[in-house]
Design a protein around this ligand. Structure first.
Ligand SMILES: [Zn+2]
Length: 138
């Protein structure tokens, strides 16, 4: 297939279509996400097995590309990546992204890596009140 020069704004869509075509060629039944949001771009099945794929385009050679970092949701769903470069595709296992620590009060994930609490409320709950001789509340 000849390489088509696609404007930058359409490159994501073009990569996805190339991935769809490639999967069809590999014998998969292919279904696309109708929204641009969600943990994967493509649902496919082959030999009674369902696969979830997220598509990542690259301008370079696909051979040296390792799996991009995935969200916790993608990891738990078992989403795999299809790396698209030129007219070539390959499937890669995603790497787990940096884990945010869990809140010391409620156990929800914190919003940043160095945080101990998920929210101001939990920070307040986790901060011991000052001793009486330090500060009075009344
Ligand atoms: Zn919390």
């Amino acid at each position: 297939m000849a390489e088509v020069d696609v404007p930058v704004k359409h490159r994501g869509a073009a990569s996805e279509l190339k991935a769809v075509l490639w999967l069809l060629g590999q014998g998969y039944e292919v279904f696309r996400n109708v929204s641009s949001h969600g943990p994967c771009d493509i649902v496919a099945f082959r030999e009674n097995q369902i696969f979830l794929f997220d598509v990542k385009g690259t301008s370079g050679d696909i051979k040296g590309v390792s799996g991009p970092k995935a969200s916790k949701e993608q990891i738990s769903l078992g989403v795999k990546y299809i790396i698209v470069g030129g007219n070539e595709c390959c499937i890669r296992q995603p790497k787990e992204g940096p884990e945010h620590p869990l809140c010391q009060i409620c156990g929800q994930p914190c919003r940043s890596r160095g945080a101990k609490y998920c929210s101001e409320v939990c920070r307040w709950l986790g901060t011991p009140p000052p001793r009486r001789k330090d500060k009075r509340y009344w």
